[in-house]
Ligand binder design. Structure first.
Ligand code: PLP
Length: 475
């Protein structure tokens, strides 16, 4: 994968933003002057001015003529200020929230403003380039449609994936990779083959609701480990949970966590691996949003730090095309078992689709697409975050994601199940917090807002209406 470097301006803006979000510069306070920042950072005053402009665009600061820059007073804060449950590390059996099915069906309804969606708008996807690769795979005729792949999938695809993974520091020869039906099948194979039938699995809280359904379906027990929206899974709490329960696997998204957008730093990754090793647990690394990191700068994947003990899962769904249903799993020491299970279920994969995606990865369209995609998504997230700061009531807390296209929003005192129903009556989709947990009632005052659609005036207008609705329901 081709990373694109963060500019000096953005790095400086990130540092100031970190100090705003951790409370060093509280809401309403005056920020250091342009000259002070230029001196401290050793940069020109024009770079410092540009960094402040970036903070204004991010919705974190305002500029007051002749007075300087101030932290916005109605700022959404991320990180530790989110009110998350940290005490309940009990084992639970998951139960699918009845709403999940309704939410999945809403995904198909074009009349609903898609703040509930988990896919990027089609205008952001490289569909015409993929179409050309698909036509040329089909033109290969009998070889694409007239044969089975091996259980692990098309060799051409696995060779390309091997190169792609090598770019992220993961040493995975083609024969160690299994092509799957999306990341969902990769996760299912990983949990099924990496744990016993009655195993306890640690997951992030909040987490992607498909994982909760999957664990229910497989009969695994769950321990939810709270996520800090700025730094990912709370490893101190994971450590306590591992001392109390025999946890066999830890499912974690260290690059871009769904729904919070948190990115785990390198030091924490090392700590997580040491913990898993010490307790002989398998790590299931969900990397489905990694390519969407805005700065392309993902620290070493867990599968590169601990290849034998990590099952690395990902797919093309979140940055290329969800409809391809093209995922992959690097199962480490569980490879043989995964291949047996995959073969028993489905023999192999769709050759034409797998080869066309391989063709896309081989081409120059892929790095070009990634650059364009990350820029577009970052600017959508920023504009929508700014609109939330503008239109939502004081006290609203908003995540500050490093990638992906979700905002995780907490409005203390708000019932987000009611918000979900009322917003739907106004033609607006959101995903209420409780579906992101196996514990009934958790995250009732939170919801996920998707920024996958370009921030057009209609989208920003819908956000303004949503903000008014939130204000009226809370008062
Ligand atoms: C965190 C996470 N993992 C896995 C998946 C499943 O991805 P796929 O569509 O490739 O099966 C999703 C889909 O939303 C997701 O959000």
């Amino acid at each position: 994968m081709e990373p694109f470097a963060k500019t000096r301006t953005e790095s400086i803006a990130d540092r100031i933003s970190g100090r705003i979000l951790d409370g060093t510069y509280p809401p309403g306070s005056k920020l250091p002057s342009v000259r002070r920042i230029a001196l401290d950072e050793g940069c020109s005053t024009s770079t410092a001015v540009a960094a402040f402009e970036s903070l204004v665009t991010r919705g974190l600061a305002t500029s007051v003529e002749r007075s300087g820059h101030f932290v916005r007073s109605r700022i959404g804060v991320a990180g530790s200020r989110f009110r998350a449950s940290t005490s309940n590390l009990d084992v639970v059996r998951s139960r699918t929230h009845g709403l999940v099915r309704r939410i999945l069906e809403m995904g198909q309804d074009p009349s609903i403003t898609p703040f509930h969606g988990a896919v990027p708008h089609p205008s952001l996807l490289p569909l015409s380039s993929l179409g050309r690769h698909l036509s040329s795979s089909l033109a290969a005729g009998s070889s694409a449609l007239g044969s089975y792949t091996p259980a692990g999938g098309s060799l051409r695809l696995r060779r390309e994936l091997s190169k792609f993974l090598a770019g992220r520091g993961i040493d995975a020869p083609p024969e160690s990779i299994v092509a799957t039906n999306g990341c969902m099948e990769a996760l299912a194979l990983a949990v099924e083959c990496g744990t016993d039938a009655d195993a306890v699995v640690a997951i992030e809280s909040p987490t992607f609701f498909g994982l909760v359904s999957l664990l229910e379906d497989l009969g695994r027990k769950i321990v939810e480990i709270p996520v800090d929206p700025s730094s990912g899974m709370r490893l101190d709490l994971l450590e306590s949970a591992m001392e109390t329960h025999a946890i066999q696997a830890i499912v974690v998204s260290p690059d871009v966590q769904n729904p919070t957008g948190a990115r785990m730093d390198l030091e924490s990754r090392g700590k997580l691996v040491r913990l898993a090793r010490r307790h002989d647990a398998t790590i299931v690394e969900d990397s489905v949003f990694s390519a969407s990191l805005f700065d392309g700068d993902a620290p070493a994947p867990l599968a590169s730090i601990w290849p034998e003990g990590t099952m690395h899962c990902s797919s093309a769904s979140k940055v290329v095309a969800p409809g391809l249903r093209l995922g992959w799993l690097v199962p480490g020491r569980h490879l043989e078992r995964v291949l047996r299970t995959k073969s028993g279920r489905s023999l192999g994969g769709p050759v034409a689709l797998q080869d066309s995606f391989a063709g896309f990865l081989e081409s120059s369209s892929w790095p070009r697409h990634l650059r364009r995609f990350r820029h577009a998504v970052r600017s959508q997230v920023r504009s929508m975050r700014e609109a939330v700061v503008e239109h939502f009531p004081a006290g609203t807390r908003i995540s500050d994601p490093q990638g992906g296209y979700f905002l995780w929003i907490q409005v203390p005192g708000l019932d987000c199940l009611e918000l979900f129903e009322r917003a739907l009556q106004e033609g607006i989709g959101i995903i209420p917090g409780p579906v992101f947990s196996a514990h009934r009632g958790r995250f009732r005052d939170c919801f996920r807002l998707s920024c996958g659609t370009p921030a057009t005036p209609e989208i920003l207008g819908a956000l303004e209406r949503l903000g008014r609705l939130v204000g009226s329901l809370r008062s």
